[in-house]
Ligand binder design. Sequence first.
Ligand SMILES: [Zn+2]
Length: 105
Amino acid sequence: MAARLKRDDEVLVIRGRDKGRRGKIQRVFPDKDQILVEGINMVKRHYKAGVQGRQAGIVDKEMPLDASKVMPICPSCDKPTRVSVKILDDGTKSRGCKRCEGMLN
Ligand SMILES: [Zn+2]
């Protein structure tokens, strides 16, 4: 996914069960092209009693989803946007909003 998405980005889900919802990226899995987003793609996990220090019960937990199912939200124009990645003279990557030319980093 190159540098399109980063941890702490706010993203909009554009496909799937959570379509239309927003969340903040908690983790990026570049090799799988997946991301973990706060409050998105929740599943119920059932825990049994008896495992060390763990309470029995049902816990909501986020599961990773495909990076292609989200779009980053530009902090400048507050809209989902396509991202342009530029390599700066010093070799660092800079991400810009294709809508308002604002910077996403
Ligand atoms: Zn923008």
